[in-house]
Design a protein around this ligand. Sequence first.
Ligand code: SAT
Ligand code: MN
Length: 620
Amino acid sequence: MTVNDIKHARIKAWIEECVKMCEPDNVVVCDGSTAEYDRLMKKCVDAGLATPLAKKPNSFLFRSLPSDVARVESRTFISSVKEEDAGPTNHWIDPKELKATMKGLYTGCMHGRTMYVIPFCMGPLGSPIAKYGVELTDSEYVVLNMDIMTRAGEKVWEYFGTDGDFVPCLHSVGKPLNNGEKDNGVWPCADVEHKYISHFPEERLIWSYGSGYGGNALLGKKCFALRIATVIAREEGWLAEHMLILKLTNPQGEVKYVTGAFPSACGKTNLAMLIPTIPGWKVETVGDDIAWMKFGKDGRLYAINPEAGFFGVAPGTSAQSNKNALEAASKNTIFTNCALTEDGDVWWEGIGYPAKGKLVDWKGNTRDALPKDKSPKGEEFAHPNARFTAPAKQCPCIASDWESPEGVPISAILFGGRRPSTIPLVHQSRDWNHGVFLGSIVGSEITAASTIDASQVGKIRRDPFAILPFCGYNMGDYFQHWIDVGAAAAKRGKEDKLPKIFYVNWFRKDEDNKDLPGGFMWPGYGDNSRVLAWIFDRCDGKDNYVDTPIGFMPKEGALNLDGLDDVYKAQIPAITAVDKEGWLKECKDIRENHYPKFGKHLPKELSECLDDLESRLNKA
Ligand code: SAT
Ligand code: MN
């Protein structure tokens, strides 16, 4: 099929306009077939950009350039007409100015390259919650990844019809090849100052230039499914969230679905694929990164995973931390910036075993492997943001209904962060608005490992709803949208159908206790199922809680601790208590350093929650 065969006039016209601007050598409309995948992968291998892995069937390793290894927040723009609509936490450039700059960059940017047209669907095909897009890209790597991460190709056209809604997504690596020049095995991208990851929310348009990596380039993910989708969701009265979706089954065979938002490095993918340590319980995965949630006729909130694959962080993924993810990425997988072993496998720090012999590191240098599975900072064999792109259907714990078009009904929403002090193992919000308050204060403590600025260590880096870098409009208005969603449900008389909201913290620390590995007071991983089980019962209204100044917490004996190591059992009183002094300090930090950022956009309901929390603590 060629561009001329496209029945949707607006899509066709938009492609023609982009072709004129970018001047590719060829235009290919992707069909999403295996033959096409194999052909494009071979092109990458022949160009020296990809290495086939002898140890993993149909799997390949790519190495990017050190200047293109992650999202670039400083080059990510919400280009709304009014600056105020982008809000205090997004970068903004006037759309006219940004478009003029980017048109300059896009002009002739695809010389020597092919423009691929990728029609794609975010969500199960035909789902009433799904949305459609078309990505134009000059990167084969992007086509291959989009093939895994979305439903892409010929099968999608029928859902566009001749005039259906679509989000136009234009992408270029920003490296034209003039006069027969070749990539010569070097990852193509532009210098950092020429990278632009731009969103035009009023037009629901995405323009990305200069990066080939992850969320900068696979535009269905953070750009569409979060930044543009948050804008659409607000207008249409639903929720587009940076959340995992898991299916929880109790020993009686009863099922509940849970979503959860956690800042990066909190084990979100691990939680989505958890293997419970308590007998009879089962966790299955619906999604590991993004949830789109809409109200059903019954007043419940239904979630779909808009993605079809996992773009997971490789380092730290081991048989102990996430066996299911390893299995998902055991074949038909694209690895990026992992290390390569002599026998044709991938390796990364935290994989659970040392590598043997020599390794080719992510920069392409051959070095002797270390006798352990850790490396000094800066000398890693795999880049700390090395990734695997794996089809979700390969995950052994994928839920049978993960592609249910109507979505799965959500009973509970979790928030969490890395908080070595103050925040208990689990507490439940009193009501919806208090839950929104909990989402708004999400954050992780800054450690020496996460900053180069020693004065920041110990402070809380707030990442409300874990969506700060992914919200396409003013974060204050985003909080208001969550408040409004609850109010609308109440107005419909369906308040009791809203999901219950919980704050969890797997990361409490007691550095002085040498019996605790890493000082962590809770073992985490599979033992988090103990907390999920309490939450499950809470959703059924069981009398398993005590009312405290901060919300509802497990009453004594309500957490299933069977088989938990004694050293952790001894921590339970401390991690399930209210730390009054710590929480008063928390309130002060929110009042002085967090909420003022949102100015008049901060909903009054959230200030009221803060006042209420403080007065309850003072009375306690
Ligand atoms: O590169 S992505 O944006 O897809 C992943 C991430 O940074 O969370
Ligand atoms: Mn994410």
